[in-house]
Design a protein. Structure first.
Ligand code: CP3
Length: 343
C-alpha cells in the first residue's frame, strides 16, 4: 500500500515527498469533460458512480499519492435548506442569501447519512476500488468560508455583507457560525466513519480578513471543529488561501498539516509557523503553464525549502486551473517524485 501521504501527514519518515493537487479532478482533464458532457455538476456530485469515476481519473492519469472525494464545499449548504445552483459563468449561486436571524433560524443541521447518502456511498465504493493503492481524502469548507457563500449568495470580491454581519455584533454571525461548525464536525466525522483516511478543510476566503478579525470571527470555530474531529483519529489538513498575513493565528487552529497558498515563499511560511509544523503546498497553479524545465526548477526550489519543516506534502498553492496542460501536471508529479527522494 502507498501510505506515503498519510505518513507525511503524521510527520513520520517517508521515502519521498508525496504529492496531490487541489481540484485534481476537473475540467482540465478531457476524461472529466466526457463525463460532465452528460451530467450537470450537481448531478455528478450526487451520483456515486459518476463521482467515483471522476475521483479516480487523476489518480490514474497523474500518478498522485492521494485521492480526494469528488464533491463540493457547498453540498452540505443545500442540505441545510438553501437552494443551490451552479452557473457556467458565475459559479455557485445561493438565491436567497442569509442576512438576518430568522434566516439562520430556518437552517437545519443535516444528518449526512440521511440527507447526503451519496457522499457515504461514494466514499465506500472508492475505498473498495482504490484497494489501498492510495489513501482517500474527505473534505469540507471551513465554517467561515461556507458562511461567506451563504451570506453573499455566491462568490464575492469585497465580502461586504459578511463583514457587515460580523461587525454588527448582534449575535447573528456567531449563531450562523455555530450552526456551521456543528454541521462541519458531523459531516466530516461521517466521512471518516464511511472510510475517509484524512480530511482537508478549505478556508478559501479567510485570507480576506484582517488578522484581528480572523482571530475573532474564523479561528474559534475552526479550532473547535478541529479539536472535535481529532477524536476520529485521521490527519487533518487546514488550507487557508492568502494565508501570509495570518499564519501566526492559523497555527493555533490545531491542524496536523497547514496548507499554504503560493503568495508566500514556503521557507518563510515554515519560519513563521515553526519547524515542528507539517506543511502542504505551494506551487502557483499558473506555474503549470511554464515549460517543463521551468516547472522542474520551481518544484526543486519548493522541495528544498520544504525540508526545513517536520513534514512536507507537495501540492499547488490553490486548485489546478481549467486549461492547464495535463502533460505539465504529470511532469510536475514526476518531478516531485524524482527530486523529492530522501537519502
Ligand atoms: O479537489 C478535487 O478534485 C475535489 C473536488 C472539489 C471541487 N470543489 C469540484 C468542483 C473540491 C475539493 C472543491 C472545493 C471547493 N468548491 C472550494 C474550496 C477550494 C477552492 O477552490 O478554494 C470552493 C470555494 C468551492 C466552491 C465552488 N465550486 C466554486 C467557486 C465553483 C465555481 C468555480 C469553478 O472552479 O468552476 C465550484 C464548481 C466546481 N467545484 C467545479 C469542480 C470540478 C467546476 C464545475 C464544473 O464542472 O463545471
Amino acid at each position: 500500500m502507498n501510505d506515503t501521504f498519510l505518513r507525511a501527514c503524521r510527520g513520520e519518515k517517508v521515502e519521498y515527498t508525496p504529492v496531490w493537487l487541489m481540484r485534481q479532478a476537473g475540467r482540465y482533464l478531457s476524461q472529466y469533460q466526457v463525463v460532465r458532457a452528460n451530467a450537470d455538476f450537481l448531478t455528478l456530485c450526487k451520483t456515486p458512480e459518476l463521482a467515483v469515476e471522476v475521483t479516480l481519473q487523476p489518480v490514474e492519469i497523474l500518478g498522485v499519492d492521494a485521492a480526494i472525494l469528488f464533491s463540493d464545499i457547498l453540498i452540505p449548504v443545500e442540505s441545510m435548506g438553501m437552494r443551490l445552483e451552479f452557473s457556467e459563468k458565475k459559479g455557485p449561486i445561493l438565491s436567497e442569501p442569509i442576512r438576518n436571524r430568522a434566516a439562520v433560524e430556518r437552517l437545519t443541521i443535516p444528518d449526512t447519512e440521511e440527507d447526503m447518502p451519496f457522499i457515504i456511498e461514494a466514499i465506500k465504493i472508492l475505498r473498495k476500488k482504490l484497494e489501498n493503492k492510495v489513501p482517500l481524502i474527505g473534505f469540507s469548507g471551513a465554517p467561515f468560508t461556507i458562511a461567506t457563500y451563504m451570506i453573499e449568495g455566491g462568490t464575492s470580491k469585497n465580502f461586504v455583507h459578511t463583514k457587515k454581519m460580523m461587525f454588527q455584533h448582534n449575535g447573528v454571525f456567531s449563531y450562523l457560525l455555530d450552526k456551521l461548525t456543528t454541521t462541519v464536525i458531523s459531516y466530516l466525522s461521517a466521512q471518516v466513519k464511511a472510510g475517509a483516511q484524512a480530511l482537508q478543510i478549505f478556508d478559501t476566503w479567510a485570507g480576506m480578513l484582517a488578522p484581528l478579525d480572523y482571530k475573532e470571527f474564523a479561528l474559534p470555530y475552526i479550532k473547535k471543529a478541529i479539536s472535535e474531529l481529532k477524536k476520529d483519529g485521521v490527519p487533518i489538513i487546514y488550507f487557508v488561501n492568502d494565508c501570509a498575513g495570518i499564519l501566526k493565528e492559523v497555527r493555533k487552529s490545531g491542524a496536523d498539516v497547514i496548507g499554504i497558498d503560493w503568495r508566500i515563499d514556503i521557507g518563510d511560511a515554515i519560519k513563521k509557523l515553526g519547524k515542528k509544523v507539517i506543511v502542504q503546498g505551494n506551487l502557483d497553479p499558473c506555474a503549470l503553464f511554464l515549460p517543463r524545465e521551468k516547472i522542474e526548477e520551481r518544484v526543486k526550489d519548493i522541495l528544498w525549502k520544504g525540508e526545513a519543516a517536520k513534514g512536507h506534502i507537495f501540492n499547488l498553492g490553490h486548485g489546478i486551473l481549467p486549461g492547464t496542460p495535463v502533460e505539465n501536471a504529470i511532469a510536475m508529479v514526476e518531478a516531485v517524485h524524482k527530486y523529492g527522494k530522501k537519502e
